[in-house]
Design a protein around this ligand. Structure first.
Ligand code: FES
Length: 245
């Protein structure tokens, strides 16, 4: 939906009865942040209240060793540029834009660079990225384990693979990763392996331009994988063998 039209719709809704009951963010453009917070809350509640055991060779992504260290993926996502844009602009109302000229949110509240506590905390993101990258292989291991059960490829295996791939696409399209692999170089022809790094940087930049969408898709896929396995545990006939080795 074109941005202007979306904005008009959001404003119309805000003025209507719906706007009385729902926070502006629910009908404007901040759905990604809200879905993240809701999924995080539901996930934490479900992990504690309705734990599920590995079933038919599948390990729920919420119980994979990856997420035993929940704070890391949680903080990694919370400090992601996509989400920080959401809560800085829509919840904290500061800073409102990337453009320096627009950063004076109010005469009394000038943008002073990344010096306040929240913005400094967000800078931890580059370190959380390293942890996030280290966690990725575990998701592929869960996929591999699912293949070894009955030596078959099943629908659930594809769900785990899709989860691993979308998490990988989101993580490796990160802005901090872009900086790490080549964005920090001023002169490629002077740097060691400069051409290769330039190629890599340009390839990653393509994915990086879709980072916000990937942030949301990977989140929804993670949640879907959890729901799928909960459905299996509840006895729903949703898993089928697609291929036997
Ligand atoms: Fe989104 Fe790094 S900026 S994961």
């Amino acid at each position: 939906m074109p941005r202007l039209y979306r904005r008009g719709l959001a404003e119309a809704l805000q003025k209507s009865a719906a706007g009385y009951f729902f926070p502006y963010e629910f009908i404007e453009s901040n759905w990604r942040l809200w879905t993240f917070l809701i999924i995080l809350a539901i996930g934490m509640w479900a992990i504690v209240t309705y734990p599920i055991s590995p079933i038919n060779g599948y390990i729920d992504p919420f119980y994979s060793p990856t997420v035993l260290i929940v704070p890391i993926p949680g903080l990694f996502r919370l400090t992601c540029y996509a989400y920080r844009k959401d809560y800085n602009r829509h919840l904290l109302h500061h800073p409102l834009a990337c453009d320096n000229l627009q950063r004076e949110d109010a005469p009394t509240r000038k943008y002073t660079g990344e010096r306040n506590a929240i913005l400094q905390f967000e800078n931890l993101h580059r370190y959380l990225l390293y942890a996030g990258i280290l966690l990725l292989p575990f998701f592929y291991y869960d996929f591999y384990l699912s293949l070894t059960f009955q030596n078959s490829l099943r629908v659930g295996s594809l769900v785990l693979l899709a989860n691993a791939l979308t998490l990988t696409a989101w993580t490796l399209s990160c802005h901090a990763f872009r900086h790490l692999i080549g964005g920090n170089i001023d002169c490629y022809s002077c740097a060691p392996a400069g051409n290769a790094r330039n190629l890599l940087w340009r390839f990653q930049s393509r994915w990086n331009s879709h980072h916000e969408a990937l942030a949301w898709i990977s989140l929804l896929m993670f949640f879907f994988a959890d729901l799928y396995l909960r459905g299996l545990t509840a006895g729903l006939p949703i898993d089928h063998i697609l291929f036997k080795f």
